[in-house]
Design a protein around this ligand. Structure first.
Ligand SMILES: Cc1ncc(COP(=O)(O)O)c(C=O)c1O
Ligand SMILES: N[C@@H](CCOP(=O)(O)O)C(=O)O
Length: 534
C-alpha cells in the first residue's frame, strides 16, 4: 500500500557538515509508513512493509492513497500505527533539580507544585532521546511539516516525542495549531532599525489568535486522557488576561470538557471576552486584577476537582516550547542571534529557552540564541529584578497598560524566567505606554497588524539597537504573541488621538469628507501632492 515517507534511522556511517557544523549522519532511508513514528526504533507495520528496503537511497515521496470514506484521520492513523513499544517518557520533577531527583511524579498525577511548594518541570528521558542523533530528529520533524496526518499535522504534535511521548494519539485534542509563519520584516527592519535580517514569528496566527494554543492542546489532551482514566477532573479552570481563557475554552469545547475561566472585570479586550463566552465556558468576571484571579483559581483548584490550566502547570510549557523548535526548523536549523519575547506570567520565556536548549542538547543545532524578555513599564517586576542584578525580587501592583495581556505584577514563573535568562546571557527590557503604542503603529504602517505586546517586544529591540547591543546584521526574531485583531480598541484610540498624555505621533485618522466631487478631489490632490514631494 502506498503511503507517505518517513526517514528512519540506520547505523551511523558517515559525517558531513550541516549549517557549518559537523554532524554525524546516517543516510536517510525511505520506509513507507505514516504514523508509526512515536518510536523511531519501530519498523513499519505489516500493511505497508512492501517498501521497506532499508538499504536503498532516499526515494521520491510517495503519495498517500485516499483513506476509505468511512474512516476518519484518527482511525487512519491508528491503522498505520506501529505495534512496537514507545521507548520515550517524561515525568514531573521539582524545577531546577538534576535528573536524579528522588522527588518525581507521573504526568498522570494531578500535581502542580513540588513538596517544598516550588515549581515543577517536565523532565524528558534525555538518554532515550539521545539514542538518535540531531540529523535524525531534524529529518523526522521536517518530514511531518505541512501534512494532515493525525496528529503530526500540528506543529506541536509533530514533535510529540519531545512533548508528551506517552499519550495515545487517540486522546489528543488538536486544531493543528503551530506551524505559524516566520516572516521577514523587511521594511520595518530597514526603515526603523537599519537591520537586514529581522524576522517576526507570528504566533498570533493561530486557532484562537495567540501562542496559548500551543500549550493548551497539550494540557487539554492530557486532561482528556485523565478523564478517560476516570481521574477526578470535572472541568478545567484558569485565571486569564484573555488569551489563556480563549485557548482553554476552545480546546475544552472541542473535546466536550467543561471549562471555567476567571477574568479580571473590565481589564481584557472585548474580542478576548467574547471568545470563552462563544465557546460555552463558565465565565466569571471578577472585580480584581489578574494577580487576584490567579490567587483565587489556585485556591479553588486545590479544593475542587478542577484542573489548573495556567502555566504554573508545567505541561503547558511543553507545547509552548515547540515555537522555539519551529523557529530553528524554519531557518533550516540555523540559530538566530536574538529572540525577543514579551513577558507577563513568564512561562513563555522559559518555554522558548527549553525548546532551544533541547535542540542544542540533542544535537539539532550547535548553539543557543540570546533571549530578551520585554515587559511593559507599567507591569515590570522582572525588569526591576534584572536591574537589581537579580538581588531583590519584589512583585508589583501592575498598572493599566495597553499591553493588557501582560498586566501582571506577581508572575508565577519568575524562577523559570530568571533561570532561562541567566543561562543564555539574556536581557530584560521595558517599554512605556507611549513607546509600545508608537512601535505598534510604526510596525502596522509597514504592513503588519500587531498586538500591543508585540509593540513591547519591538520597543525592546529598538532600545537594544540604539544602544548597539544588537547589531544591524544580527539575525533577530521578534515573537508576536497574539493577533492584532484582538486589540483593535487600542489602535482605534491611538489613531483617534484619544489617549491622554500621548502624542500619538504616528496616528493616521480617517478624513471626514462631504459627499461632493469637488471636495473629494480637493483632499485627494492635497494628499497626492504631499506624497509626490516625499
Ligand atoms: C498576547 C500575550 N503576550 C505575551 C504574554 C506573556 O506570556 P507569559 O505570561 O508566558 O510571560 C501573554 C500572556 O501572559 C499574552 O497573552
Ligand atoms: N496572558 C495570559 C496570562 C496568564 O498566563 P498563563 O500562561 O499562566 O496562563 C492570559 O492570556 O491569560
Amino acid at each position: 500500500m502506498a503511503s507517505c515517507s518517513l526517514f528512519h534511522p540506520k547505523p551511523k556511517i558517515r559525517s558531513f557538515h550541516h549549517n557549518n557544523h559537523r554532524i554525524t549522519h546516517r543516510p536517510p532511508t525511505l520506509i513507507s509508513c505514516t504514523s508509526s513514528i512515536s518510536n523511531p526504533s519501530s519498523t513499519t507495520n505489516s500493511s505497508n512493509n512492501n517498501n521497506n528496503n532499508t538499504n536503498s537511497p532516499p526515494s521520491p515521496v510517495l503519495s498517500k492513497t485516499r483513506r476509505p470514506a468511512d474512516e476518519n484521520i484518527r482511525d487512519e492513523a491508528r491503522r498505520y500505527r506501529s505495534s512496537s513499544k514507545n521507548t520515550f517518557s517524561a515525568k514531573y520533577v521539582p524545577f531546577n533539580v538534576g535528573p536524579d531527583s528522588p522527588e518525581c511524579y507521573s504526568l498522570d498525577e494531578i500535581v502542580y507544585r513540588s513538596r517544598s511548594g516550588g515549581l515543577l518541570d517536565v523532565l524528558h528521558d534525555m538518554e532515550a532521546l539521545k539514542k538518535y542523533d540531531g540529523a535524525y530528529w531534524r529529518d523526522l520533524f521536517d518530514s511531518r511539516v505541512g501534512k494532515t496526518t493525525w496528529p503530526y499535522g500540528s506543529g506541536v504534535w509533530s514533535k510529540k516525542e519531545w512533548v508528551l511521548p506517552e499519550i495515545d494519539p487517540d486522546d489528543i485534542v488538536s486544531a493543528f495549531e503551530g506551524n505559524s509563519n516566520l516572516f521577514w520584516a523587511e521594511r520595518f527592519g530597514k526603515q526603523f532599525l537599519g537591520m537586514n535580517d529581522l524576522w517576526v514569528k507570528h504566533c498570533g496566527i493561530s486557532h484562537t489568535g495567540s501562542f496559548k494554543d500551543l500549550g493548551m492542546t497539550v494540557l487539554v489532551s492530557q486532561v482528556n486522557r485523565l478523564r478517560k482514566m476516570k481521574r477526578p477532573v470535572v472541568g478545567v479552570g484558569c485565571a486569564s488576561t484573555g488569551d489563556t481563557s480563549a485557548a482553554l475554552s476552545a480546546y475544552c469545547a472541542s473535546a466536550g470538557i467543561p471549562s471555567i475561566v476567571f477574568l479580571p472585570a473590565n481589564k481584557i479586550s472585548i474580542a478576548q471576552l467574547v471568545q470563552p463566552i462563544a465557546n460555552g465556558a463558565f465565565v466569571l468576571s471578577i472585580d480584581t486584577d489578574f494577580d487576584g484571579c490567579m490567587k483565587l483559581i489556585r485556591e479553588v483548584t486545590s479544593e475542587l476537582p478542577i484542573y489548573l490550566a495556567n502555566s504554573l502547570n508545567s505541561l503547558r510549557l511543553e507545547g509552548q516550547k515547540t515555537a522555539a523548535i519551529e523557529i530553528l526548523q524554519q531557518f533550516d536549523w540555523q540559530v538566530p542571534d536574538w529572540v525577543i519575547v514579551p513577558g507577563g506570567n513568564l512561562g513563555n520565556i522559559y518555554a522558548f529557552y527549553k525548546g532551544f536548549k533541547m535542540c542544542h542538547e540533542l544535537g539539532l543545532v550547535d548553539r543557543m540564541p540570546r533571549l530578551v524578555c520585554a515587559q511593559a513599564a507599567n507591569a515590570n517586576p522582572l525588569y526591576l529584578y534584572y536591574k537589581s542584578e537579580w538581588k531583590d525580587f519584589k512583585s508589583v501592583k501592575a498598572n493599566t497598560t495597553f499591553a493588557s495581556a501582560i498586566q501582571i505584577g506577581d508572575p508565577v514563573s519568575i524562577d523559570r524566567a530568571v533561570y532561562a535568562l541567566k543561562n543564555c546571557n539574556g536581557i530584560v527590557e521595558e517599554a512605556t505606554e507611549e513607546e509600545l503604542m508608537d512601535a505598534m503603529a510604526q510596525a502596522d504602517s509597514t504592513g503588519m497588524f500587531i498586538c500591543p505586546h508585540t509593540g513591547v517586544a519591538l520597543t525592546a529591540l529598538v532600545k537594544l539597537r540604539n544602544s548597539g547591543v544588537i547589531s544591524p546584521t544580527d539575525r533577530t526574531v521578534v515573537v508576536s504573541t497574539a493577533h492584532g485583531l484582538k486589540f483593535t480598541q487600542s489602535k482605534v484610540e491611538y489613531h483617534s488621538k484619544e489617549i491622554k498624555d500621548m502624542a500619538c505621533r504616528f496616528a493616521n485618522p480617517p478624513m471626514q469628507v462631504k459627499a461632493d466631487f469637488g471636495a473629494v478631489m480637493d483632499v485627494l490632490k492635497n494628499y497626492l501632492g504631499n506624497h509626490a514631494s516625499k
